[in-house]
Design a binder for this molecule. Structure first.
Ligand code: 6PG
Length: 477
């Protein structure tokens, strides 16, 4: 066996053959690339070639032989757990590589780690590409959305492989060069943040329909299927419609009703939220989605408080069908805000890190393959094609129309939801963001006065330039 694989030449090496690594390796093999597969524990490699034998997939059991199987410049895709394991693989690999070789990290690595690794490897003449990959197992196997970032001049060496395996939207690959060093992983991080907000909004729409609209699972499935024919058409709406119909294996009824009301998170949403505060950008809906998951995890406390805090009196929606339509419009309006916030963060990061991100291109590679893929992304692409410097997505004429025509629905479903005691953190943040954004008073005049009163922090005026301090009386002494 060893002799046999040692003779094989390969086009690319995939290091780490767990679910995502093996799916991408098979995807590359399907597209005619000779792939060398390596995993730290040989059982994983053996299991892959046994379960998925493929002429273009060659197993390797040591990195030296894997490296020797390629012509220069060599290409390696690391698909191991983000964090220390990535550094460990790099440390081993770098000893075997030559100048001009390329390493891609396809995991959900933190962009600051990617920037550090890129800098380190650049000093050794090795190109490092932090490569966001979205689409889960199915996407990786049959066409993910891919966000590579690194040295632009070397991108042409990896582009043929990445663009071949990526999903296609209207015939175009959902893969494009994002920018230098950490740009690819940053875009993937914000993609995930938007994914959190999108999922939370859908969950809130579900709560409204179920508890204020009295929709059954079957009615929910029908409604979501209908929604998936219109402006909300997306992967997440499509799978949600299917989820409502799924029968339970263990008990009567649908599975969704037997799943614990508590959701975990691996951290990319939280990173987006933390990073937004660093950049001074408001991504309140992504933060709300993180907080909603955090609240959901407090199961014991929530159960105890249930008996202590009074429940709101139920006020069902008067007209079920009309309410369903209001929820659809409110959801769509809030979704525009979530994407406006996500792209605002990208815009600030681009200038902060000197990346020159192309927002239209980013939206276009989200059109297929990734978790947030949606018809809506076509409209975002168009918005940035019309104005590459668009400061906020809500100001594009198409989305402005969406906000103006849907805002009333968002307000009405929020009112009814709040009266029914339904927590709607992301939708509430959407409404608050629109209201603050459109210049209605935020109360910051009073906050300025308080700061000046207790700390002499000064204040600015509406009627003249400059900063002022007022003597507020003895309590501020
Ligand atoms: C993707 C997803 C993926 C993510 C999962 C779970 O784009 O394919 O974003 O990268 O890991 O969706 O994320 P959480 O555990 O943080 O919800």
């Amino acid at each position: 066996m060893k002799e046999e694989y040692m003779m094989q030449k390969t086009d690319i090496g995939v290091i780490g053959l767990a679910v995502m690594g093996r799916s991408l390796a098979l995807n590359m093999a399907d597209h005619g690339f000779k792939v060398g597969g390596y995993n730290r524990s040989r059982e994983v490699t053996d299991a892959l070639v046994k379960e998925h034998p493929h002429d273009n997939l060659v197993p390797f059991y040591d990195l030296e032989t894997l490296v020797a199987s390629q012509e220069r410049p060599r290409r390696f895709l690391i698909m191991v757990k983000a964090g220390k394991p990535v550094d460990m693989v790099i440390d081993q690999l770098v000893l075997l590589l030559d100048k001009g070789d390329m390493i891609l990290d396809g995991g959900n690595s933190f962009f600051e780690d990617t920037r550090r690794r890129e800098k380190r490897l650049k000093a050794e003449g090795i190109y490092y590409f932090g490569t966001g990959v979205s689409g889960g197992e199915h996407g990786a196997r049959f066409g993910p959305s891919i966000m590579p970032g690194g040295e632009e001049s070397a991108y042409r060496h990896i582009a043929p492989v990445l663009e071949a395996v990526a999903a296609k939207a209207q015939g175009e690959p959902c893969c494009a060069y994002m920018g230098p060093d950490g740009a690819g992983h940053y875009v993937k991080m914000v993609h995930n943040g938007i994914e959190y907000a999108d999922m939370q909004l859908i969950a809130e729409a579900y709560l409204l329909l179920k508890y204020a609209g009295n929709y059954t699972n079957e009615e929910l499935a029908d409604l979501f299927e209908e929604w998936n024919e219109g402006e909300l058409k997306s992967y997440l709406i499509e799978i949600t419609a299917r989820i409502f119909r799924e029968a339970d294996d263990y008990a009567e009824g649908e599975l969704v009703d037997h799943i614990l009301d508590s959701a975990g998170q691996k951290g990319t949403g939280r990173w987006t939220s933390l990073e937004s505060l660093k950049q001074g950008v408001n991504v309140s809906m992504i933060t709300a989605a993180c907080n909603a998951r955090i609240m959901s995890n407090r199961i014991a406390e929530r159960n105890a408080a249930k008996a202590l805090i009074k429940e709101a009196a139920k006020q069902p929606a008067a007209d079920k069908k009309a309410f369903g339509e209001s929820v659809r419009k409110g959801l769509y309006t809030a979704k525009i805000v979530a994407y406006a916030q996500g792209f605002d963060l990208l815009r600030h990061a681009s200038s902060e890190y000197g990346w020159d991100l192309n927002y239209g291109r980013i939206a276009s590679i989200f059109r297929a393959g990734c978790i947030i893929q949606a018809q809506f992304l076509d409209d975002i692409t168009k918005a940035f094609e019309n104005d590459s410097e668009l400061s906020n997505l809500m100001l594009d004429s198409y989305f402005l129309e969406g906000i103006n025509s849907g805002k009333g629905s968002l307000q009405s479903i929020l009112c009814l939801g709040i009266q029914n005691g339904i927590p709607l953190p992301a939708m509430s943040q959407a409404e608050a963001y629109i209201d603050a954004f459109r210049g209605t008073p935020t109360g910051a005049n009073l906050i300025q006065a308080q700061r000046d009163c207790f700390g002499a922090h000064t204040y600015e005026r509406t009627d003249r330039e400059g900063v002022f301090h007022h003597d507020w009386g003895q309590d501020n002494e």
